[in-house]
Design a protein around this ligand. Structure first.
Ligand SMILES: Cc1cc2nc3c(=O)[nH]c(=O)nc-3n(C[C@H](O)[C@H](O)[C@H](O)COP(=O)(O)OP(=O)(O)OC[C@H]3O[C@@H](n4cnc5c(N)ncnc54)[C@H](O)[C@@H]3O)c2cc1C
Length: 379
């Protein structure tokens, strides 16, 4: 497996697109420019100034377009190289009924186009895009009519996905919301994952309780005879979680060190592969060691590279060197492709820029790769 084959990684981008990506990585590898840019965008948002001039480059790099049709066009381009696509309507932080319905409709549309379409193997959504997050906290009442509406939305999505045999990933979010989401998804897995894994829950392996929870889920799947669908991530909200635990005076739910998180992540992958008859694995990471580790487990157990029960995934605009190398070796790999109106995906874009400026060694190697590829690119 060669993650350094840069020309393979960026074959689908034109010279113009590569130049744009280069500008983006030059900006986001500078924590100063990211912090300045984020503040300017927030000010422009508050003053209701047009956002396109501030965000056009970064939007083009990290998003598939404004609409699902734009993502479908991109998915056709990526599929030429064996890379699949997962349209992700990335409008965040809009806690009102109209935006919950909008997200639900986008997910239902995605399920429809994913039906019998090997280029689009999953739909995805964030639970807080379908409900006011306050209703997911520990003290809120599950008899609340708003919570019932949320469960009905889940049900409409999963029953349609069941009908069309499409898998649906549900993102994991803040610790304080996750308990209700876990319970809800376990119930839906029991109901809809009998012969095909429609529902995929997400485990954030930076949480100290997740290995035990994974073992509990397997016991439930065996007892109730269903298939587990699990997306494995490390977890995106570490600083926020630590601050929240301190402020609200409960134990920090996250491992103290990165090494512990890495070990938990890899142990979870091992446990899942050893129980592949019950667990479908969606390995969502940009970490090369974990990717190689899962490959070694697959090869040791002589599982076919194209086995539908195992997927790798990276975000669009990041680590194409991993995605395209995996595809060239016959593994199932899919990019999450965010889309939505420019002014509504700003929180997503700011998060990506901040993540890349803090994970600077990865981003700097991405910058170096882009420079190298551009040298040899003719059009
Ligand atoms: C396709 C895809 C889907 C995703 N979906 C979700 C999702 O639904 N929910 C979600 O929360 N995240 C999600 N993420 C983000 C993910 O959780 C990580 O934040 C991100 O991918 C970086 O982790 P990594 O495994 O790629 O690799 P790395 O860069 O090796 O790991 C970085 C991660 O390690 C952990 N870490 C870093 N320092 C420490 C420390 N001192 N102590 C303990 N742990 C530490 C943190 O989780 C940090 O994000 C997704 C990522 C991808 C690629």
């Amino acid at each position: 497996m060669n993650f350094q084959n840069f020309n393979l990684a960026y074959r689908y981008k034109s010279k113009k697109e590569l130049k744009n990506s280069l500008i983006v990585f030059k900006i986001i590898t500078s924590p100063f420019l990211v912090s300045l840019g984020s503040s300017l965008i927030k000010i422009a948002q508050r003053l209701k100034l047009p956002l396109k001039p501030f965000t056009a480059n970064i939007y083009k790099h990290f998003c598939g377009g404004e609409s699902l049709d734009d993502v479908i066009a991109l998915s056709e381009k990526l599929s030429k190289y064996g890379v699949k696509s997962i349209p992700d309507y990335s409008v965040e932080g809009q806690a009102e009924e109209e935006s919950f319905s909008k997200l639900e409709n986008e997910v239902l549309k995605t399920i429809k186009i994913a039906h019998n379409n090997p280029d689009i193997p999953f739909a995805v959504f964030k639970p807080t895009g379908l409900v006011n997050p306050e209703l997911l906290t520990k003290d809120s009442d599950i008899q609340n009519p708003e919570f019932k509406k949320f469960i009905e939305r889940f049900n409409r999505i999963f029953s349609y996905a069941r009908e069309l045999n499409v898998r649906v990933l549900v993102d994991a979010e803040d610790f304080v919301y996750q308990h209700k989401i876990d319970d809800t998804l376990l119930n839906f897995m029991k109901r809809y994952n009998k012969s095909f894994p429609v529902v995929f829950t997400t485990l954030q392996m930076y949480r100290t309780d997740r290995l035990d929870y994974l073992k509990f889920l397997l016991t439930e799947a065996e007892k109730n005879d269903f298939i587990l669908g699990i997306k494995f991530v490390r977890g995106a909200y570490m600083e926020k979680e630590r601050a929240m635990a301190k402020k609200s005076n409960y134990p920090d739910p996250i491992y103290k060190t990165k090494v512990e998180t890495d070990n938990a992540y890899n142990s979870a992958l091992k446990f899942a592969v050893e129980n592949i008859n019950r667990i479908n694995i969606f390995c969502a990471t940009h970490n090369e060691e974990s990717t190689l580790y899962l490959i070694s487990l697959i090869d040791t157990l002589r599982i076919s590279h194209s086995d539908e029960r195992i997927f790798f995934s990276q975000l669009y605009g990041m680590r194409d060197n991993i995605s395209f190398a995996l595809a060239s070796e016959g593994f199932n790999v899919a990019k999450y492709i965010p889309y939505g109106p420019v002014n509504k995906v700003i929180p997503y874009l700011i998060r990506r820029a901040q993540e890349n400026s803090s994970a600077s060694s990865h981003s700097k190697s991405e910058l170096a790769m882009l420079k190298e590829v551009l040298k040899n690119k003719n059009n």
